[in-house]
Design a protein around this ligand. Sequence first.
Ligand code: AMP
Length: 304
Amino acid sequence: MSECDLVIVGSIGLDTIKTPSETRELLLGGSASYACAAASFFCKNGMVGVVGDDFPEEYLEWYRGFSVDLQGLQQKEGRTFFWSGEYEENMDNRQTLETVLGVFESFEPVLPEAYRSAPYVFLGNMAPALQLHVLEQMENPKLVLADTMDLWINIARDELTQVISKVGMLTLNESEARLYTGCDNLVEAAHALLELGPEHILIKKGENGSMLFSRNGKRFIQPAFPLPQVTDPTGAGDTFAGALMGYLAQEASTDEAAIRRAMLHGSVVASFEVEAFSLERLRSLSESDLKDRVEELREMMRVD
Ligand code: AMP
């Protein structure tokens, strides 16, 4: 029996973020940070990642506050991965200002023995070669979800194609789906991606929600929760994916209905995450806040 239901592997970063109204420095970020925090509302999850010797102790406390299992977290001599980005007025477009890989450059994800039989795995955004290395260490997961980004589509396409062929679900945003497949039409892009092997392709469309395309021909569209104000959209996709996988791990299911409920919960947790910087809103999020917003969004989606 595995010690955690869900293993999450990805970047752990210190982020400096500029929005039109505010600049915040050295915030806790990275795909694994957002995904683990989000998943922890639903299941016990373990984080696999690397930080440098400059990583603030306070942020380890934040992880512990979410009850994230840290057996797979490596601390190495050197600088923690650093990323800085700036959002345009519409809070949708952003530019990367600086990336310093630091200890992430030589990261070798090693899964603790107790994680290898975990049923659910989230391969957060990182080099596809590292994602493949994680897959090699897993015994027989029930569902693997992989995320990616334009960088890997551009510089590591072949390895990314191998990852896609080995996972049950792939998530990427609409521009990445177009970039990888060369198809402008998203339905066509999703079908081209399904051809490569996954059971499900999950296309994220930012404030326009997400779409699920399944091999059995079924489709589902999940709206985002409409917010009057977004403070910082960084990490919304990782939060969505982490909550989705956490929810499936909690339900111990991979069926279509469970995936739809998982997308609803992912949308809601992501809507809280963007209300503040870093994990600040998720740290104060209660079970009842979450439940209430799930019901509110469910009601908004209801058609008689
Ligand atoms: P998202 O907003 O979902 O794209 O995720 C933002 C997070 O991704 C930030 O917290 C960054 O630390 C992290 N990030 C940015 N660039 C990279 C990269 N090249 N590899 C891995 N993680 C990254």
